[in-house]
Ligand binder design. Structure first.
Ligand SMILES: [Zn+2]
Length: 274
């Protein structure tokens, strides 16, 4: 369905994240089209997206633009490329991981590159953090930012070191504040119509968590497990792994800034404020 003029949201099918949490796939349409992310790769789900594109008889799909190389975003890329001849585009730093999932890039991009699409322009904004080569695409004429997993319509972006990098993630959120953005269409969840406020909230949220980590350390909590128990009071067991990743990502950031140090590795690592 067309969610704003010239931008459609495509059926996603089923996979590990369902319903509200399902990955979004968008289609920017002029006479040529660009798919933003490719969703799951199974035949039923990729096929339903392909049918949607084929249903627009006049449309030539020029690009499949991938925000990052996670399976729920790149899975359908190969299948859709085979049938449409669209070019698969991804940032240079996420291209090797996509390749491992047999999605080969026809073109790698860098921060500031612009892809033109039938008179429209999509600017590549490198937003590392969730993954090293994560990018957002800014549809400049409309001020629409396709944010992948960098900014979500609900919940918190997962950060799993070493791939996930909290310091760079926060820098990438700040970087977006300097762009003219009217609306964010995220990789999961509903559209965000107050982009600046959302970005500021996300930065604030991360800085508050960081403060909680520091407070926990001051109170003598020293392991990731102890910090998770201190910070996430009523945590669903299914989210425990995600919480561990977030806390570790904060600790890695703080250590990089010289505010924290650790001994031991993995689960046995103990953190202190030196
Ligand atoms: Zn992701």
């Amino acid at each position: 369905m067309e969610i704003v003029p010239g931008v459609h949201s495509l059926p996603v099918g089923s996979g590990p994240f369902m319903g509200f949490y399902a990955p979004n796939v968008y289609l920017v349409v002029g006479r040529e089209g660009a798919l933003i992310d490719a969703g799951y790769g199974d035949e039923v789900s990729a096929g339903s997206r392909l049918n949607y594109v084929k249903g627009m008889a006049e449309l030539r799909l020029a690009y499949i633009l991938l925000t990052h190389a996670h399976p729920d975003h790149i899975g359908g890329a190969d299948r859709i490329k085979q049938e449409t001849g669209a070019e698969v585009v991804i940032h240079r730093l996420d291209a090797p991981q996509a390749e491992l999932a047999t999605v080969s890039a026809d073109r790698t991009v860098e921060d500031g590159d612009t892809l033109s699409l039938d008179g429209m322009s999509l600017e590549v904004i490198h937003t590392p953090g969730h993954s090293p080569g994560h990018v957002c695409f800014l549809f400049k004429e409309e001020g629409i930012l396709f944010s992948g997993d960098h900014v979500l319509g609900m919940g918190t972006t997962a950060m799993r070191p070493p791939e996930g990098d909290m310091a760079r993630y926060i820098d990438s959120l700040r970087k977006l504040l300097s762009y003219d953005i009217e609306m964010i269409l995220p990789g999961h969840g509903p559209p965000i119509r107050t982009p600046q406020r959302k970005l500021e909230e996300l930065i604030q949220h991360r800085l508050e968590r960081e403060q909680q980590v520091l407070d926990g350390l001051r109170q003598g909590k020293a392991t990731i497990e102890e910090l998770v128990a201190e910070i996430y009071l009523e945590l669903d067991s299914r989210l425990r792994d995600m919480a561990r990743g977030q806390v570790l990502a904060h600790l890695v950031k703080l250590e990089g800034e010289g505010k924290v140090s650790h001994r031991g590795s993995k689960e046995n690592a103990r953190y202190i404020i030196p």
